[in-house]
Write a protein that binds this ligand. Sequence first.
Ligand code: GLN
Length: 407
Amino acid sequence: MAATEVRDPVRAALESVLEEVRSRTSGEVASYIPELARVDPDPLGVALVSVHGIVHEAGDTDAHFTIQSVSKPFVFALAVDALGLDEVLKHVGVEPSGEPFNAISLEPATGRPLNPMINAGAIVMSSLMAGDTADDKFAAIHSGIQKFAGRDLIVDEAVFTSEATTGDRNRALAYLTLAAGTLGAPVDVATTAYFRQCSISVTARDLATMAATLATGGVNPITRERVISENAARWTSAVMTSCGMYDESGSWLLRVGMPAKSGVGGGIAAELPGQFGIGTFSPRLDAKGNSVRGVAMLEAMSARFELHQLQHRGDPLSPIGSLTRDDDETVASLRGEIFFAGAEEVLARLSPLVSDDGCLVLDFADVTRIGDAAARMFRSAPGVAGRRADGGGEKVVVRDPEGLLGH
Ligand code: GLN
């Protein structure tokens, strides 16, 4: 029996956004790396990968391009995952620079580059990767980026050679960080690893998968492999939010509101934590080095589908599913996922029901998940006597068959 074709509404949405921006041919392909000046300016693609690993795509999502600066958040993620945040923060700051990606931007007192999304900070991140040689460091980067993408990726050797032979400004930035004591390797080791990292060849679908791996809290949603810790994913999303779009990061946060990172190869990776990753590809860049049509597609999607991360989403479902009175017992059936605000609601609304002549039962049987902070709030709430299947004499009795509250 033939399967019924169901039109994918997300794909339809991606297609409509793509057609909306197709006619925009403003901007120029990057030319300061000679090999990039030769790329076809016309491809246009967008892919979205959900945290469940479902892929939706429209346009040229198989077209390959070099990842360039979109690699930066992922290498930062690998660095904080391997070394811890404190160690990494000895080498790089996390403040938006408000300056172009290739700016000489070092904190006067510490010599740290302002953030890991600009070249100076990114070269320092590459220098912190494991190993002594450029090959070792690049091997660590390459293997990490491949895990984010969920497939083997090759280096575009022509772009690498082109960038390595013309990359004096990046070498100058590396020398400045070396002099300031923040570079973790000799200049040629750090910059060679960095140039190879920028020359990794990817598609819009790869960028969407990589961003989705941040959105899940560090697990590639397609391969199901954990690539980095939840903390590393959160820190990376935070730095993308504040610094990902260079000197356009503030207005990007205002208008689009998704953590994102652009690259001069024409790619942008964006994500909505807990929901999805998006990858866009269109090589013509605006004056700040961001893809003109990539920015336009993400702006349109954010506005049309209410994707801004700070969007008010209405009151969440109350965790109090039902309240039943049975003789001298009031049973509150709690449900769903309970985090700080849910615990606050339960405790504030139900504590007036605790009286001298009766007891309140908090039933957690239908609760699917509880955050650590919420569990602590319940455990320390006045009158919560114990976590027994069946209490007697206490004012508040907790039924917690799955042991969600811990101890
Ligand atoms: N490889 C490029 C450089 O270092 C990356 C810049 C970018 O994508 N913004 O100049």
